[in-house]
Design a binder for this molecule. Structure first.
Ligand code: ZN
Ligand code: ZN
Ligand code: FE
Length: 758
């Protein structure tokens, strides 16, 4: 027939295991077209036949209406010869060669499943593991590829006849939904005491909710690991959880059933509303409202709550028992990875949780909740994990297979293949064996499911990082050590696909410098392959090394000694009154005799030092706490800034002393901490803008890239973007990976890739 055409359409991306073929099947039938759809290594391939106008409509819809979990990278079509086909069909996958290695992340329950969950006529009414091709677990239940039920933790559950017929029916929402199941054939929940005694109840979720309301702490097995759950309105319960978890100050995340509940205690801007209800369901930082009923102990001395909406059916069922908000914090002891295994959970959490709400669907790979905020016009990732991993970042060029091991704190790893970079889920602070085990497990697991055999291993330059040592121990593979702050900048360049040279502001807590000092207040002229350090904060000693990070008063003494010499003893400052003079003398001696005093140019440490000088705190419970509190306290209008001074040279050295002298003067004249904080922030913003102007004159470059942990400070981030933009700089900050060390593995991989191709 004349009015028939045929097209071959290839769709690349995450399009397998996400209901893409049924979607194509339905669409073809809707337009009465014939042909077939099949899986390929890159995605799916469609052969479509029929009248050209209808094929065109089909192609338009294909791009516009694809299923929620699909992540389409490219659709390409070309004319083909007519076969002809009698109908439209889904071709059977024959072997693994046809399977794509792109795997979908775990995502929140979809609207259809949620409706069925609360529909008393539905056969899955109140079933806590309801899911379909548009929602549910993926990444965390996969053991190997191809993504098929026998390769997931669902292999232990044989589908009942009703579930099987859904699974086999291409028109059904559960066609090839690997985690498909129901109360009859699928996983179920059980409630135990922390003594592993089964609690006698026919409704474990309701009983757990009752216990939580009575102030008990319940460990709840979720999607990517266990949460510790307590009533967020019950201060006693929250404080007890804090004590037991040995997490004295770090904010806890909370979960509420819906937006209306969240608006009772937090301000939710429209962009934040979108972030909260996105299918990834990250924790979103929201400004606290005054007078809400959430316990202060949830996030002490913080302007923000970390809030998420429910993402599993189990969460919805739990929150359905009338809580405004539940504390939902990763179930681990401080510094350890989140627990996922039932045995492991009972062992490690028995002293923290009173009860355990467990289920029998195994989690193969833990994945913590992601954390985001909306700042300076964009989404900023603080932790990119569940919901986002393992979606790759797409690179401008094809790169060799590389494993990048990340740094130490907030560790993630990165694997590259072709034009894709896969950043892992949050692994944690690589400071102990249990986290290192998880690191190694993640390396193995990701290499297997992504089918990547690294030719190069990239790591930090710090000789003592466990990630560096791991890299060194891998025999037979080429190693590359990448400078920490260079990796930060290149990570951000990679996100924005920038090439050539840029001005990089790498503002950070800790990073090993090429000269062995601890860097962190760095202005680099950076290309992907190399960098030049054009300016940095002048070095000060860090008395006691790592101890100075935990005890910012040590840094206060160092900065004061740097600014005033021995005259600092006469200053009337809280930090001098609060600390024993013997201890202070020891610090000065360490500084003068250079005993265990590494040199640092870290901006994070300058924040810590100023926080201690103004009297915010002498010790911290987690890295960056003092700096964070200095930011949180900033308020009011201050137009003046502190004097700044730098020494010309190569590199330029920016002196902290004039700033410290200004801060001290303000403390002594009684200016509020809020105003000093604002003034300090504004000083840094003005200072580094000046430096960028100087670099622009000398190097004739106009692009500024911002990276490093200090840019989690939104006053600094907003201020730098605003000031630089007003001087006509093109400014780039992170929007897809964290600005902290959670994003550094990407930069390491990109530097290594560029170096070996140049
Ligand atoms: Zn669903
Ligand atoms: Zn079933
Ligand atoms: Fe860093």
């Amino acid at each position: 027939p004349n009015n028939t055409a045929a097209r071959r359409i290839d769709v690349n991306g995450i399009v397998q295991g996400v209901g893409f073929r049924p979607f194509v099947y339905k669409l073809a039938n809707q337009y009465d077209l014939k042909g077939e759809v099949a899986n390929t290594t890159a995605g799916v391939s469609i052969h479509i036949e029929g009248p050209p106008q209808r094929i065109q409509a089909f192609e338009t819809d294909l791009a516009a209406k694809c299923p929620p979990l699909a992540h389409v990278v490219e659709i390409s079509g070309r004319s083909a010869s007519i076969k002809p086909y009698a109908d439209f069909r889904i071709a059977k996958s024959r072997d693994r060669a046809q399977m794509s290695t792109l795997i979908s992340p775990d995502v929140s329950i979809c609207d259809d499943c949620r409706r069925e969950l609360f529909d008393s006529a539905d056969r899955r009414y109140l079933y806590p593991f309801i899911n379909c091709t548009n929602c549910g677990p993926r990444y965390t239940i996969i053991d190997d590829i191809p993504y098929d039920r026998p390769k997931t933790s669902m292999r232990h559950f044989k589908m009942c006849a009703a579930c099987q017929s859904e699974y086999d029916d291409p028109t059904n929402r559960r066609f090839h939904a690997q985690p498909n199941g129901c109360a009859e054939c699928g996983p179920h929940v059980d409630l135990y005491t922390n003594q592993r005694e089964s609690v006698d109840t026919d409704n474990p979720i309701k009983t757990a909710a009752d216990l939580i309301r009575q102030g008990q702490i319940v460990a709840v097995k979720g999607l990517g690991g266990y949460h510790l759950v307590a009533d967020a309105q019950n201060s006693q319960a929250v404080i007890r959880l804090r004590k037991r978890k040995m997490r004295e100050e770090k904010p806890f995340a909370i979960m509420s059933a819906d937006l209306a509940s969240i608006q009772k205690y937090a301000r939710v801007r429209p962009q934040e509303q979108d972030l909260l209800s996105a299918i990834q369901r990250p924790i979103v930082l929201l400004q606290k409202k005054t007078g809400g009923s959430i316990s202060d102990a949830v996030a002490p001395r913080n302007k923000y709550w970390g809030v998420m909406l429910p993402y599993t059916p189990l969460h919805y069922l739990l929150l359905n028992h009338g809580f405004d908000a539940l504390v939902m914090t990763s179930a681990n002891l401080t510094d350890e990875p989140i627990a996922i295994d039932n045995e492991d959970a009972f062992e490690r959490l028995a002293d923290i949780a009173d009860y355990f709400l467990v289920h029998n669907r195994d989690i193969y790979l833990r994945s913590d909740d992601s954390i985001v905020r909306h700042s300076a016009g964009h989404t900023r990732y603080i932790r990119r994990s569940r919901g986002f991993v393992p979606i790759p970042l797409f690179l401008k060029h094809t790169v060799p297979p590389i494993l990048a091991c990340g740094a130490e704190l907030k560790n993630t790893i990165c694997l590259t293949k072709d034009d894709k970079a896969f950043l892992s889920q949050h692994i944690g602070d690589l400071e102990n064996q249990i986290t290192l085990d998880f690191f190694q497990l993640t390396v193995d697991h990701l290499q297997r499911i992504l089918e990547i055999n690294p030719e190069i291993i990239a790591c930090d330059m710090h000789p003592d990082y466990l990630s560096t040592r791991f890299a060194q121990e891998q025999a037979g593979t080429r190693k590359m050590q990448i400078q920490h702050h260079h990796a930060h900048i290149v990570s951000c360049m990679g996100e924005h696909q920038l090439e050539g040279a840029v001005i990089g502001l790498s503002f950070d807590g800790t990073g090993y410098g090429s000269d062995g000092a601890i860097w962190g207040g760095e202005v680099l002229v950076s290309e992907t392959t190399q960098f030049e350090r054009v300016a940095h904060l002048a070095y000060v000693p860090m008395p006691g090394s790592a101890a100075a990070i935990k005890e910012p008063w040590r840094l206060a003494i160092s900065y004061l000694h740097d600014a005033f010499g021995d005259a600092f003893w006469d200053l009337a400052l809280p930090v001098l009154k609060q600390n024993d003079s013997q201890k202070l003398k020891i610090m000065v001696e360490m500084i003068q005799k250079d005993i265990n005093c590494p040199q640092t140019s870290s901006l994070g440490r300058l924040f810590d030092g100023v926080a201690a000088i103004v009297g915010i705190r002498n010790q911290v419970n987690f890295e960056g706490q003092a700096a964070m509190e200095l930011e949180m306290l900033a308020a009011g209008d201050m137009d003046s800034i502190y004097d700044v001074e730098w020494l010309a040279g190569d590199p330029i050295r920016i002196l902290p002393a004039p700033i410290i002298r200004g801060v001290v003067q303000d403390v002594q004249s009684g200016l509020s901490v809020a105003e000093i904080s604002i003034k300090f922030h504004k000083t840094l913003i003005a200072l580094f803008t000046e430096i960028c102007l100087a670099v622009r004159r000398d190097y004739d470059m106009n692009r500024v890239v911002l990276s490093g942990g200090c840019f989690q400070n939104s006053i600094l981030l907003n201020g730098m973007i605003h000031e630089l933009a007003s001087r006509d700089f093109a400014v780039f900050a992170h929007q897809r990976v964290p600005t902290n060390d959670g994003g550094i593995a990407l930069g390491q991989a990109l530097v290594a890739a560029a170096k070996c191709s140049s």
